[in-house]
Write a protein that binds this ligand. Structure first.
Ligand SMILES: Cc1cc2nc3c(=O)[nH]c(=O)nc-3n(C[C@H](O)[C@H](O)[C@H](O)COP(=O)(O)OP(=O)(O)OC[C@H]3O[C@@H](n4cnc5c(N)ncnc54)[C@H](O)[C@@H]3O)c2cc1C
Ligand SMILES: *[C@@H]1O[C@H](CO)[C@@H](O)[C@H](O)[C@H]1NC(C)=O
Ligand SMILES: *[C@@H]1O[C@H](CO)[C@@H](O)[C@H](O)[C@H]1NC(C)=O
Length: 531
């Protein structure tokens, strides 16, 4: 999620020192043949032959006459990436598995760098690599429900809007994420968090089978029974490494008749006596350490810290911008009815938490996940911004007070109204699968919360300041006791030791499987599994 629904305030220049130079380092080295190397790069005529051979697609290049298809093919949902190097040599907007197979074979035979893009939400830009042949799958967006086993099969260009609409029609529920334009395929391959994970497990835990075009250009159907190693790698290893997914089949769950949300807001203020924001720290740490871990699995809460309510989206009349410098917003969804939702929060004391400081707290009934998602500020189609993100998992018994202090300080000291902390409650059914049965790291499986540090801004002049803020705050969060790992689908692109940070002790087995299924290391991308 993390892209604000409306553009409400241009990011102001930061006063924080920019201690980090986020240069495009030269270490994205590749053994592939790039267009600049005339000794190995195929002539244009070879690409023309490929184009003629594709049953339902063409090879396209940047050109005025093809401007719309080129810009759609290469579109990334993060304007920060436009400044850096994300221009492929050519693109194929595939419409069928046959197109995909022929492109993979051509690139493998000619040792070309391939990029695979589904909906283009990749945060680091690794789905559109410089000088690559881009396979854009956004036009492959079929989605269907099978009543025999209540599963949903979808292609990589499909998205959560389509998934939730089909769920509503079939009275089912799927584990999806937030923001309707994001694709379930990349989401599930890397983990997949959302409002129902504590009820049903991660997105990746819902995979029944995957149709995959391998490095040899063959289309295979991978299930746990057909190929347990590759299936294990696909459940958490992330996109880009093991093949091109052309379709995925996901388990669904029966939908309850209604769902219930609870939202409650608290001010973050520079308290007049000591200028520390202590009352916000106290509320957040009491919530994280004493209440949140005891919630039943039907509840998933988002803990959002931000500099101000989002105008027109978060309606909080009590918010006084003269005395309040930030907001802690607790956004919960209960996968069940109002009576049980209310009873559980009241029993655990959340309804009374810091009662005198509560602002606009309320329950709401929703007829479906779709209805809830559309009613929330993060369910709206976002206006594109520049974005940088850093993530860490809070392990059981994490230091709630230490985390709250870092988060409140960071929010109170930023001048960017679109910087935020987004804490996604994990645990529950996420932790009921053990951390060796899929390639999801133990840091993710055993966590209580995924903490995202998220900056969104408009002007490129603020890139360095915003990137540094996010990277440095992210590093401070990661350094706290009992914080571990990072989420492969929401990575800090400058993260060090990312292999271990994303996958922990599962990385070694991922490497072994990568060597076995792609011995020539054909599939290659930044922050992706490599041998
Ligand atoms: C606005 C926004 C909201 C988000 N919300 C959530 C959320 O609520 N929960 C959550 O868990 N994540 C969320 N994410 C992160 C999301 O999971 C990732 O961006 C994910 O990569 C999206 O998958 P995609 O299918 O669009 O793949 P892309 O973003 O297009 O690609 C991601 C990676 O997978 C590879 N890849 C893409 N397609 C394929 C394919 N068909 N076969 C093999 N490899 C492929 C790419 O090369 C790249 O390495 C969000 C991201 C954004 C930008
Ligand atoms: C490598 O490329 C990715 C995406 O293309 C970019 O975000 C990242 O900063 C690069 N890293 C280095 C070390 O060059
Ligand atoms: C939700 O619905 C139930 C019964 O259907 C009703 O009793 C309750 O008041 C509703 N709650 C809200 C907040 O509207």
């Amino acid at each position: 999620m993390r892209t604000f629904a409306i553009l409400f305030q241009v990011a102001l220049t930061l006063s924080l020192p920019t201690t980090l130079a986020l240069a495009i380092a030269a270490s994205n080295s590749t053994s592939k043949c790039l267009p600049s190397d005339e000794t190995c790069f195929p002539p244009k005529s070879s690409f023309d032959e490929l184009s003629d051979s594709l049953p339902t697609a063409d090879v396209i290049y940047p050109s005025l006459s093809r401007y719309k298809s080129w810009s759609d093919a290469t579109a990334l949902h993060n304007q920060r990436l436009e400044k850096s190097e994300h221009t492929p040599y050519c693109a194929v907007r595939a419409r069928s598995s046959s197109d995909v197979m022929l492109v993979v074979k051509f690139c493998a035979e000619n040792n070309l760098l391939l990029s695979i893009k589904s909906t283009g939400h990749c945060y680091s830009g690794n789905c559109v690599q410089q000088d690559s042949v881009l396979l854009d799958l956004s036009l492959m967006n079929d989605i269907s429900y099978s009543s025999s086993d209540s599963s949903i099969t979808l292609q990589p260009g499909s998205n959560f809007d389509a998934l939730y609409a089909l769920n509503e029609e079939t009275q089912t529920q799927s584990v999806g994420g937030m923001c309707g334009t994001v694709g379930p395929v990349g989401f599930s391959l890397g983990g997949g968090h959302g409002p129902l994970i504590r009820s049903y497990g991660l997105g990746t835990d819902q995979i029944i089978s995957v149709d995959l075009v391998t490095a040899a250009g063959e289309l295979v159907t991978v299930t746990k029974a057909s190929d347990p190693d590759l299936f294990w790698a696909l459940q958490g290893g992330g996109g880009g490494s093991f093949g091109v997914v052309t379709s995925i089949t996901l388990r669904t769950h029966p939908a309850p008749p209604s769902l219930t949300s609870y939202v409650c807001n608290y001010p973050l203020s520079l308290d007049s006596d000591d200028n520390t924001g202590d009352s916000g720290v106290a509320t957040a740490s009491m919530w994280w350490s004493d209440i949140m871990p005891r919630l039943p699995n039907e509840w998933t809460f988002f803990s959002v810290l931000l500099p101000a309510p989002i105008p027109l989206e978060q309606n909080i009349p009590e918010f006084d911008k003269n005395t309040m410098q930030g907001l802690l917003s607790l956004e919960g969804l209960f996968n069940g009815d109002f009576a049980s939702a209310e009873a559980s929060l009241s029993e655990l004391g959340l309804l009374d938490l810091d009662k005198s400081r509560q602002m606009s707290c309320k329950f709401e009934n929703h007829t479906s996940l779709k209805a809830w998602h559309e009613s929330r500020w993060f369910g709206k189609t976002p206006v594109p911004t520049r974005n940088y993100m850093s993530t860490s998992f809070a392990q059981k018994n994490f230091d709630g007070k230490g985390l709250a202090k870092v988060a409140v300080d960071a929010i109170l000291s930023t001048d960017n109204a679109m910087s935020s902390f987004f804490g996604i409650q994990t645990g529950g059914a996420v932790s009921s699968t053990d951390s060796t049965s899929t390639s999801i790291s133990s840091a993710f499986r055993n966590s209580d919360m995924l903490m995202e540090i998220d900056a969104n801004w408009i002007r490129s002049a603020n890139d360095d300041a915003q990137e540094s803020w996010t990277h440095n705050v992210g590093r401070d969060v990661a350094a706290l006791d009992n914080m571990a790992g990072a989420y492969v689908n929401e990575p800090d692109p400058e993260l060090e030791n990312w292999e271990e940070t994303f996958w922990g002790s599962n990385f070694q087995r991922l490497q072994e499987i990568k060597s076995a299924v792609d011995p020539d290391a054909f599939f290659e991308c930044w922050q992706c599994v490599h041998a």
